[in-house]
Design a protein around this ligand. Structure first.
Ligand SMILES: Cc1cc2nc3c(=O)[nH]c(=O)nc-3n(C[C@H](O)[C@H](O)[C@H](O)COP(=O)(O)OP(=O)(O)OC[C@H]3O[C@@H](n4cnc5c(N)ncnc54)[C@H](O)[C@@H]3O)c2cc1C
Length: 448
């Protein structure tokens, strides 16, 4: 069954339709400029922006309900964050049962924490199974709701200059992720530093830094893991810790800390689970403050719940800090040619700096809407679990600060909602050709 028959009955099986004849119709909506308007593509089903795990999960859940979607992706592959912007030693931070996408589990032979390659292989197999074929090299520059025609207009640019396309759709699913753009902080004297400065999105392996003194800025999961990787490649890392941080063992009492926390939360209040986690962490890791890693006042789960700040799950970094292989430093005051001056006045030489300073959403750059998404942080304004749906057919997947588990929950809700909309519209406006084009083919033809 195919739910994406082309508007005005011209499209057979393709979910999209390039309308070469519509230019004159579109002209009065298009900005008056000297260059001709971009080709306009009507999409009968939803347009999903982003072919990461969230976009793929949504496309699969829609497919299961016989709704074809068009997935637009700025890079040339699926899961570009995982394939292009992560370090080689990365594996899933959480056990696989908390990271699988809807409708298809991980292969049973995969380890508890699949490697980056295994995770990417799984996503490739997922896209194949649900026949998801994203349109690559399509960067969405702007999406705006046109209330006169009640369609979203999604403007994309391709690889070549001037290669612009406009997609028009009834539903727009934002799946560009919480990690769309690297956060690169301003550091005084950055331009004076002679060594290599790079964000973790460009860090692959400690191999490139063998024998070098490297300053890693940021003590989240990535910063901690990059330090460990540098140690394992005989580099000499120092870790800048400006903030308080919860470091927990990845496993406790023979179970994953994440799984155990989820289980305990079923029976106990969050504050009590936090106390338990901190007690076991103290028994297993000792007092982290002794090594320069002060804990926040709020417990790890409460903090995650209130601010979205994820605790660090230790995979061996703490042992290297204890042994002195990784030094802990305070905030940087300024950089000099080959050195960093810290806020405590200490000056130390470094060959390179890795910025493990995180990522941010890019939604405010391209989505011309400010009700659903905050312009400040590019995340949905309504807190979890209500941030997935906006007005006028706008949806968000993967912005819950709850990783792949949150993305899967969003994807299922979005697909059900769009299906319900399709059916309701078809029922209430049975005569319009457009509505008929949204129905599964069998239903559509029976109403003819
Ligand atoms: C190092 C690291 C490890 C992680 N480990 C885990 C883990 O173990 N478990 C877990 O649950 N989560 C983990 N996460 C969280 C992570 O965010 C998710 O795993 C997952 O990648 C989120 O999927 P997503 O599809 O929402 O976003 P992304 O994977 O970031 O995908 C978004 C896609 O949108 C595309 N895009 C962005 N802007 C545009 C645009 N304007 N036009 C077109 N396309 C665009 C991007 O190119 C990208 O392909 C980790 C994150 C990082 C950085």
């Amino acid at each position: 069954m195919d739910c994406s028959r082309e508007i005005e009955g011209k499209q057979a099986h393709d979910p999209i339709f390039i309308n070469n004849n519509n230019k004159s119709k579109m002209n009065h909506h298009h900005n008056k400029s000297s260059s001709p308007p971009p080709p306009c593509i009507y999409v009968a089903g939803p347009v999903i922006v982003g072919a990461g795990p969230s976009g793929l999960a949504t496309a699969a859940c829609l497919k299961e309900r016989d709704i074809e979607s068009v997935v637009l992706e700025r890079s040339n592959c699926i899961a570009s964050l995982w394939q292009l912007k992560t370090y080689n030693r990365l594996s899933l931070h959480l056990p696989k049962q908390f990271c699988e996408l809807p409708l298809m589990g991980f292969p049973s032979e995969f380890p508890t924490y699949p490697s980056k390659k295994q995770f990417v292989d799984y996503l490739e197999a997922y896209a194949d199974k649900f026949e998801i074929k994203p349109r690559f090299d399509q960067t969405v520059l702007q999406a705006v709701y046109d209330s006169t025609i009640r369609f979203w207009r999604v403007k994309c640019v391709g690889m070549k200059e001037g290669e612009e396309t406009e997609y028009m759709c009834r539903w727009l699913v934002v799946a560009t992720g919480e990690n769309a753009e690297a956060v690169v902080p301003e550091i005084e004297g950055k331009e004076d530093f002679f060594g290599d400065i790079r964000h973790t999105s460009l860090y692959k392996s400690g191999e490139d830094f063998r024998g070098k003194k490297v300053l890693v800025v940021g003590c989240g999961n990535s910063g901690m893991e990059v330090c460990l990787d540098l140690c394992n490649h005989n580099a000499m890392p120092s870790l800048v810790v400006r903030d308080t941080v919860h470091v927990l063992p990845r496993e406790m009492l023979g179970k994953s800390t994440f799984g155990l926390s989820m289980w305990l939360l079923k029976w106990l209040p969050m504050q009590l689970v936090d106390r338990f986690l901190l007690l076991v962490s103290w028994l297993m890791l000792g007092d982290t403050a002794r090594f320069g890693l002060d804990r926040p006042h709020l417990g790890p789960l409460q903090l995650k719940n209130l601010s979205g700040k994820t605790p660090v799950l230790d995979v061996g970094t703490l042992a290297k800090i204890k042994s002195g292989d990784i030094k802990v430093c305070p905030g940087i005051k300024r950089l000099k040619r080959y050195a960093a001056e810290f806020i405590d006045g200490r000056l130390e030489n470094f060959d390179a700096i890795i910025l493990a300073t995180g990522y941010k959403s890019n939604v405010p750059i391209w989505l011309k809407e400010s009700e659903m998404f905050s312009e400040k942080d590019g995340l949905p304004r309504r807190p979890f679990p209500n941030g997935w749906k906006g007005e006028s057919g706008l949806y968000a997947v993967g912005f819950t600060k709850r990783g792949l588990l949150g993305a899967s929950m969003d994807a299922k809700k979005i697909a059900s909602d769009i299906k319900r909309c399709c059916e309701a519209e078809a029922k209430h406006h049975p005569m319009t050709t457009f509505t008929r084009s949204l129905l599964p083919a069998t239903q559509s033809s029976s109403s003819n």
